[in-house]
Design a binder for this molecule. Sequence first.
Ligand SMILES: Nc1ncnc2c1ncn2[C@@H]1O[C@H](COP(=O)(O)OP(=O)(O)O)[C@@H](O)[C@H]1O
Ligand SMILES: [Mg+2]
Length: 270
Amino acid sequence: MSPMDTLAAFNLHKLPFTREVAVREMLSLSHFEQARHGLLACLERRMSAAIIGPAGSGKSALCRALRDALPEARYRVHYVKVADLGKRDLCREVATAMGVTSAGSYPMLVRRIQEDFAQSGVADGVRPVLVIDEAHDIRPDVLGVLRILTNFDWDSRLVLSVVLAGQPRLETLLKKATLEDVAQRIAFTARLRLLSRDETANYLAHRCAIAGQPQSPFDPGSIEALFEMSQGNLRAIDRLALGALDEAATRGAKVVAGSDVVAARRRVLA
Ligand SMILES: Nc1ncnc2c1ncn2[C@@H]1O[C@H](COP(=O)(O)OP(=O)(O)O)[C@@H](O)[C@H]1O
Ligand SMILES: [Mg+2]
């Protein structure tokens, strides 16, 4: 069964449950909206923030929604994913966010960024925001660089807002004594959680609706199975739901049943 066959079987005009859901097409979830509002208010006050949530709770999606909600005329948002980020890499990312040349050695970069902070660097009124995603994977010494870069006059000159997004382990990391001053700069912590049973059902229907099928093809048994297996983890729902659509299409069914979800899981785990 090709993806095209699945689309045709369920009258969908695009593949649902893909990663790149557009911000305007996101499902409105109350805790997600609350997190977004809190973050916006925090950045408005020129403070830094954290987004804490388990894998598959929508942290990266929230980062995208946040970027989308910040007016371009007033904010320069720079997004970076932690993948073995070293101190120098982090400095480079900070420099880019600040609009400072990011070339040169580590000590040169540190000096240039500090000078830029000292001169405030926001003469045009555009506020730099650095979003660091998957920050739970960041090494403590690298996180400590944030402090070195911004340690002087932090309170009087809030030049750069940092948003750290990561799994709950990030919070533990921030509690370490050596990172106390980084933690102190976090004025707001947004919390995301896995979806409830009802939210999972809404999510399934919503993703099909934005893909062109307003009538959800998932029967109650399949929704229950999807919730039980995913525990409300959005990424797990995505993978299993798409697999279940394929299974149902293969047997020529127009409605997805619990057995399709079981078959999809078997295939995902295989
Ligand atoms: N509010 C939302 N509406 C629609 N899809 C969402 C929403 N939040 C997350 N998703 C989708 O759920 C999946 C997992 O979300 P993601 O942001 O990658 O989770 P995390 O970063 O916490 O691991 C992605 O496919 C994403 O597009
Ligand atoms: Mg993510």
